[in-house]
Design a protein around this ligand. Structure first.
Ligand code: SAH
Length: 250
């Protein structure tokens, strides 16, 4: 090692001893964790602002903790990483989007999952919503109709250690009969009408959260609850804009 290197090392170690951090390329940038906390604050603010629509001032604390934990930047394309913690949807390729974090939090809250819940998601997309659900539930089954997206999401989820998420490529209209009934079903693409198989695969006391409406128009985020006797009630929670629910594997 030449003398100059030795000198540099000695200075660095001296600075370190004095507790002075050496500038890194990320210096001045908030860490992903700090960015996530800011995102969660924004979600909580938005929840309060929309409480007249949603009927709730505050989202479940466990949901907010999951939002503060899951690394959303791992689920967005490289080109959008720097914007991963903005409270907005982002493109994920194939003409699809990862939903706005507030909407992910709201839908998860409405789904009312707990540690014993078995959950079905239709519209895996990036896999982010599935990861949030997987933080709270026992198992998450998720179906994606666009094969490359489903494959990529499965890889991301596996890499991050989500071994309680099961990804299937196909048309979610038919649900996942072998894994039914589900305590919660979350649909993240908008059909014109609620697919009947999903209602059938909902467990007693289960909850289905789904945007319903014509493609391209503003849809309505609907919460459908099945009581212990199998009776259904529904409530329109909020106007939303989701990508269309399609019916053919690409
Ligand atoms: N939950 C996703 C958001 C995905 S956007 C996330 O967290 O990133 C909605 C997704 O639904 C798209 O990827 C789209 O391809 C998918 N989709 C649309 N119709 C579908 C269907 N019939 N079955 C399964 N997935 C569908």
């Amino acid at each position: 090692m030449n003398e100059l290197m030795m000198l540099v090392r000695r200075i660095l170690s001296l600075l370190a001893t004095l507790g002075i951090a050496i500038a890194t390329p990320a210096c001045g940038q908030p860490s992903p964790e700090q960015q996530r906390n800011a995102m969660v604050d924004d979600i909580a603010r938005m929840a309060r602002a929309l409480s007249r629509n949603t009927g709730k001032d505050e989202l479940d604390e466990r949901v907010l903790r999951a939002m503060a934990k899951v690394p959303r930047h791992e689920f967005v394309p490289e080109a959008f990483r720097a914007r991963a913690y903005e409270n907005r949807p982002l493109p994920i390729g194939e003409g699809q989007t990862i939903s706005q974090p507030f909407i992910v939090a709201l839908m998860t809250d409405l789904a009312g999952v707990d540690a014993d819940s078995v959950v079905l998601e239709i519209g895996t997309g990036s896999g982010y919503q599935a990861a949030i659900l997987a933080e709270l539930a026992a198992r998450v089954h998720t179906i994606e109709i666009v094969e490359p997206l489903g494959r990529r999401a499965a890889e991301t989820l596996e890499r991050l250690g989500y071994d309680n998420v099961f990804v299937r490529i196909g048309d979610g209209y038919r649900g996942w009969p072998e894994a039914a009934p589900f305590d919660a079903i979350v649909v993240t693409a908008a059909p014109d009408e609620v697919p009947r198989p999903l209602l059938e695969q909902l467990a007693p006391r289960g909850r289905l959260v789904i945007p319903v409406g014509a493609p391209g128009a503003v849809q309505s985020l609907r919460l459908i609850e099945k009581d212990a006797e199998g009776r259904l009630t529904e409530r329109d929670v909020l106007p939303v804009a989701f990508v269309p629910f399609t019916r053919e594997t690409r």
